[in-house]
Design a protein around this ligand. Structure first.
Ligand code: F6R
Length: 369
């Protein structure tokens, strides 16, 4: 049951450190090899892969977008990510050396299942990432990695997302491992960093009171924009999706670099803009670019809320509110940055008086196309 939480969503947000730890447990070897739950593919099959497609819907699609950055970087395989509902209608180029990764919490999403079946007609191999043991998508796949989030009751997905991200990282590391790793040191370091993320998610959760207060303060807002770059872009999309689902607000996520190509005209004095800021370390060019995007929206009067890395002293003076999250390697940052956006949407929707666990018009498992 709800264990004293007012909503299942709050309980599930709080369970995320445990859910991610469970999903990682016992699965990571030092060179990145992982143990899949069901494998009807040999290591040679994995080595023969020359292209990866990721198909999923909604929040699971956002996990897939993050996975694209990670898998391409670690394996040097080309990865495409596509909404499952679009995939088969455009005649994608697939063959027996294509690996299709189907991500589905429920394992029953019809759009994703139909994409998987289409991939199989083209002889592609299919690997499922799912939270539901024995569901249709894992049953029809060649290989399966289960997330161990436990049952997710709230319609809006939270712990499923974080465990999907963890599973996607494992798959990327696995592919890198079986295929021979280009960035061997980096991959080994990532495995260690990944194991440390549950504690860091816990730290994020412990610092959420200001985010709740901010959300309550924005109860009258009727729209919000979310921007990010690199893996911060899918996090922005996810933040916007949560707000749409729960608070019934018009919320949109953009790649920050696209602002100047159109969306910046939406900014009026007071428009809330949530910015997912990349780490200032290493890829600092990315950080610089996001800081200039912040300046662009600020100059037009936006109310800017930044999710930034602890110790980022550059961002704070440019924004109205900063939410700090612990340091992690860039590719893993979505595991932390998504959390404040979940809390924000949940609290704002609650302040608006909406049903948190059962938003209008939505179903937990979408079994129609
Ligand atoms: C968003 C949400 C949906 C699901 C989507 C895919 O909070 O819950 O967008 O992520 O319907 O569902 P699965 O992962 O079960 O295929």
């Amino acid at each position: 049951e709800k264990d004293g939480y007012e909503y299942f969503m709050l309980k599930e947000i709080a369970e995320q450190p445990r859910a991610v730890a469970d999903t990682l447990r016992g699965r990571t070897g030092t060179t990145g090899e992982i143990t899949l739950d069901e494998v009807r593919m040999s290591d040679q099959d994995f080595r023969d892969v020359d292209k990866v497609f990721i198909v999923a819907c909604g929040t699971s699609y956002h996990a897939g977008m993050v996975a694209k950055y990670a898998i391409e970087h670690w394996t040097r395989l080309p990865v495409e990510v596509e909404l499952a509902s679009e995939f088969r209608y455009r005649d994608p180029v697939l063959d027996r050396s294509t690996l299709v990764i189907a991500i589905s919490q429920s394992g029953e999403t019809m759009d994703t299942l139909m994409a998987l079946r289409h991939a199989k007609t083209q002889k592609a191999r299919v690997l499922a990432i799912s939270n539901t043991v024995g569901s249709t998508i894992p049953r029809e796949s060649d290989a399966v990695l289960y997330t161990r989030a436990g049952i997710e009751v709230a319609v809006a997905s939270t712990k499923a997302l974080l465990t999907q991200l963890a599973a996607c990282y494992l798959v990327g590391l696995h592919l890198a491992g079986v295929r021979g790793v280009k960035y061997a040191d980096e991959v080994a370091a990532v495995v260690a960093e990944l194991s440390a993320t549950p504690d860091k998610i816990e730290q994020v959760l412990a610092a959420m009171e200001p985010v709740r207060a901010l959300a309550r303060d924005m109860v009258d807002a009727d729209r919000a924009l979310f921007i990010g770059r690199h893996v911060g872009y899918p996090v922005a999309l996810e933040g916007a999706l949560k707000l749409k689902e729960l608070a019934y607000m018009h919320a949109e996520g953009f790649a920050a670099g696209e602002l100047k190509h159109g969306p910046i005209s939406l900014i009026e004095p007071g428009t809330p803009v949530v910015v997912v800021v990349p780490s200032p370390r290493g890829r600092s060019i990315l950080h610089d670019k996001v800081v200039s995007n912040i300046q662009e929206v600020k100059a037009r009067g936006a109310r800017v809320i930044a999710v930034a890395e602890e110790g980022d002293v550059v961002v704070a003076p440019h924004v109205d509110h900063t939410v700090f999250v612990p340091r992690v390697p860039t590719l893993l940052a979505p595991l932390l940055a998504a959390v404040p956006l979940q809390v924000f949407a949940c609290e704002l929707a609650a302040a608006k008086g909406h049903d948190i666990d059962q938003p209008r018009n939505l179903a937990k498992s979408v079994t129609v196309e």
